[in-house]
Design a protein around this ligand. Structure first.
Ligand code: 3EB
Length: 352
């Protein structure tokens, strides 16, 4: 595919545009396939020998069968053998999926999701340490019943507590230079965490319109969320922008409660504000724009899909690749959350 001295470049195929690789195995593809994401309420339809994350949520607005989102690397990958998870990586990046069932009942006063999140993040950082990928770039967190309350605590707060403890126990910062992430409620399955890590640090970006999530006030939980608004990562000849889940939040408060159209517009303004930050740091000669992003949108109520699509499409180019999933946002009063990725070719780093 390319000369290895050029280093890794990553390409993410939209599930909406792609030939279906989930049913046909090809070793040439598998050598370059970092990982794969599938979605839907049924069982994942994949026999690929790479880490796959299945999102238990229905795709909205799609009538025909669609494939998976595939992350392809220009330089070949190998399986990273680790007892904790199935991972794939090369000299630059590592991708894997950790899935943990929630242990039953309270353990030492700790609710099950708190316990599982802590265990999962300790496993994740253990893998990064053992295989020498020190930097977590992005995590995709999915869990059932995210806004439910058990053991006297909201489950998203349980997750936040366990995640933060997992970071701290692994000697990772819980403020400042933290990875991009999303935390989404799905309709079944275990706690599922996909991760992308690298050998080089990223720039963690924040949104001036929002308080950093790791500084949210106590009303959202004593142990705060551990994520940044975006990660800007550099590969040898490529820059990758990994935008976290973004919602209709100003400061720390949800805005436009009950109005999905306004929430969608506010979310897009927040995304633009993060892009503006990325553009202060990019090594590319061109700025990141909304229509450069390949988007994944989580829509709480299926009935809202037409309103959301109309607004998103009016801000994107006509060939926009947006995957809409019917899933729960972590706050009861949020009806929409949108995340995205974009990449640009840059001049090669001078010291590879
Ligand atoms: C927010 O901005 C909305 O807990 O990992 C967005 C992205 C949100 C990531 C996470 C949560 C997370 O607070 C929710």
């Amino acid at each position: 595919m390319q000369d290895p001295k050029d280093g890794t470049q990553l390409f993410v195929s939209s599930p909406l545009a792609l030939t279906d690789h989930t049913t046909s195995r090809s070793s040439a593809l598998e050598n370059h396939l970092l990982g794969s994401i599938s979605f839907g309420m049924g069982r994942p339809n994949t026999n690929l020998n790479v880490p796959c994350q299945h999102i238990h949520a229905a795709a909205l607005h799609l009538s025909e069968h669609i494939g998976a989102e595939n992350w392809l690397s220009s330089s070949p990958l190998r399986k990273i053998e680790d007892a904790s998870a199935n991972c794939h990586g090369n000299q630059d990046i590592l991708w894997g999926v950790i899935e943990l069932p929630e242990s039953l009942g309270i353990q030492d006063g700790t609710p099950p999701l708190d316990h599982s999140a802590r265990a999962a993040y300790q496993q994740l950082f253990g893998i990064l340490d053992r295989h020498h990928y020190p930097y977590l770039w992005r995590a995709w967190n999915y869990m059932p019943d995210i806004t439910g309350i058990t053991h006297g605590q909201e489950r998203y707060q349980q997750f936040n507590a366990g995640r933060q403890k997992g970071f701290a126990a692994s000697a990772r910062a819980v403020t400042g230079n933290v990875p991009a992430a999303c935390a989404i409620g799905v309709h079944g399955g275990p706690l599922s965490i996909a991760f992308l890590a690298g050998r080089k640090p990223t720039i963690a970006l924040e949104n001036p319109r929002q308080i950093s999530a790791y500084n949210y006030p106590d009303q959202y939980g004593a142990l705060r969320p551990t994520f940044s608004r975006a990660s800007l990562a550099t590969l040898h000849r490529q820059e990758l922008l990994l935008l976290s889940g973004t919602a209709s939040i100003l400061g720390h408060a949800t805005t436009h409660i009950g109005d999905v159209a306004q929430q969608t517009q506010e979310t897009l303004r927040n995304i633009q504000a993060v892009l503006d930050q990325a553009n202060l740091h990019t090594q590319s000669s061109t700025a990141y724009q909304l229509h450069d992003l390949q988007l994944r949108a989580y829509v709480r109520h299926a009935k809202d899909i037409d309103v959301v699509r109309r607004i998103v499409n009016s801000n994107m180019k006509s060939n926009a690749q947006v995957l809409y999933l019917n899933a729960d946002i972590c706050r009861q009063d949020l009806d929409i959350e949108i995340e995205g990725i974009a990449w640009k070719t840059i001049a090669p780093a001078s010291n590879p």
